[in-house]
Design a protein around this ligand. Structure first.
Ligand code: AMP
Ligand code: GLY
Length: 424
């Protein structure tokens, strides 16, 4: 029997989830709220409903009795309790409840959790009072890192190279409220050096299984310059992350985090994303937690996953993840994001996209795209527009293929980084 599934979200990550679910012989019809032009080729989309409109989504699921599973992919509806709402209606949903999604939604919560359970992370202080924070940055070591407590589209982190930048950053977050109420509290933490790796893991509340590693490129422009974005490109695996590091991360970070949440009465069922820094001395420290698949991490990880994603989602919900072994395509994957001119600041929408002759084995994941209601063409509708993912025997082969294909795509104002996975 086939099972119908709803995916909540409308970015490249949700396209990658829909793409993986569409491959499952167990999955029947796919729905997506709101979806985008690419997802519309796999799923019935509802562009008129926002991913944060919990009432409408719950209403939609109740009205469509054929939907057996709802996958909640973005951070906002998770933090707002969409999974809780669906469960209270007797519906199956994949993703953490609000009391576990808080591990991403509040950096004060996550830092205090790590301190309480001795999970390695940067030293820090938290502040709810601007004057006290302002006093602290006059004496703390610099560079220093100032983080808005709440959700800020991956942009609420300021790396201050000196005291002047720290003063400006703190003012921006706490007084000018650049991230709204997300900046009512701040974490000010030690600046760490080393290399970053993202490890996403499935968890059923008890068992935790890491996925293949990956690395994001968060700055808008080449050479890690420009503003922070949601992510301009990814590659998987991050080959500097050795099996020994993976083993230590499992023992010191992944298992302790899932145990800590369980002990706190907040069992985590879903995808737990560990943003790690491997310091020059080889220590593993947590930079951040997310309560979901990364975007564009999902666009390099899911195409490498050989398991049926529908089975893995169900195992997380049912607490049977210990019966699952993840299997990975040996090939490497690289995703390069095409963005609208001006992103992550102001950009225009409604630009017609021309795709060219994309190689058959290359996947173009849509993010901010829509079908123009007047002309029926695919047009831009967001900051990050597309993610071009290619697989290859090596990272270097995958990268060459991703770039050869993104060059075939065009829309007015399009830009992309030319140094994704640069050292391969
Ligand atoms: P976050 O949203 O907390 O992951 O921060 C976004 C980015 O800021 C990370 O991917 C890192 O590149 C950088 N970052 C965050 N915290 C630190 C830190 N303590 N030291 C150095 N870089 C950091
Ligand atoms: N690409 C980073 C994130 O999804 O948080």
């Amino acid at each position: 029997m086939k099972h119908n599934v709803l995916v909540v979200g409308g970015g490249g990550r949700e396209h990658a989830i829909a793409y993986a679910l569409a491959k499952s012989p167990q999955v029947g019809k796919l729905y997506c709220i709101p979806g985008n032009a690419g997802i519309a080729e796999l799923a019935e989309c509802r562009p008129d409903i926002k991913a944060t409109d919990l009432d409408k989504i719950v209403e939609f699921v109740k009205a469509h009795e054929d939907i057996e599973l709802t996958v909640v992919a973005p951070d906002d509806p998770l933090a707002m309790g969409l999974v809780d709402r669906l469960e209270s209606e007797g519906k199956r949903a994949f993703g953490p409840r609000a009391n576990a999604a808080i591990i991403e939604a509040s950096k004060v919560f996550s830092k205090n959790l790590m301190r309480k359970y001795s999970i390695p992370t940067a030293e820090y202080q938290t502040f709810s009072c601007y004057d006290e924070a302002a006093k602290y940055i006059e004496t703390c070591p610099v560079p220093t890192v100032i983080k808005a407590d709440g959700l800020a589209l991956g942009k609420g982190v300021i790396i201050a190279q000196n005291r002047e930048e720290a003063r400006a950053g703190l003012k921006e977050i706490m007084l000018d409220k650049a991230f709204g109420s997300a900046g009512a509290n701040v974490v000010i933490e030690e600046f760490l050096t080393g290399f970053e790796v993202s490890v996403l893991a499935f968890s059923d509340g008890k068992t935790v299984i890491p996925m293949a590693s990956s690395q994001d490129h968060k700055r808008a422009h080449d050479g890690d310059t420009g503003l922070n974005t949601g992510g301009m490109g990814t590659f998987s695996p991050q080959d500097k992350y050795t099996p020994d590091m993976a083993k230590r991360a499992m023992e010191t970070v992944f298992v302790p985090t899932v145990r800590a949440l369980e002990k706190e009465g907040r069992p985590f069922k879903g995808v737990l994303y560990f943003g790690l820094m491997i310091t020059p001395s080889g220590d593993i420290k947590v930079l951040e937690y997310n309560a979901r698949f990364g975007d564009p991490e999902a666009q390099v990880i899911l195409p490498r996953l050989k398991n049926d994603l529908f089975d893995v989602f169900n195992a997380c919900i049912d607490g049977t993840l210990d019966k699952i072994t993840l299997e990975w395509d040996e090939r490497a994957a690289v995703c390069v994001v095409a963005a609208s001119g001006g992103y992550p600041l102001k950009y225009e929408k409604g630009k017609k996209i021309t795709f060219g002759d994309i190689d058959k084995d290359v996947i173009v994941f849509h993010a901010g795209t829509a079908i123009c209601p007047d002309c029926g063409e695919t047009v831009t509708s967001g900051g990050r527009v597309l993610g071009v993912t290619a697989l290859g025997k090596t990272l270097s082969e995958a990268k060459a293929k991703a770039y050869a294909n993104i060059k075939k795509i065009s829309f007015e104002g399009m830009f992309y980084r030319s140094d994704i996975c640069k050292n391969h």
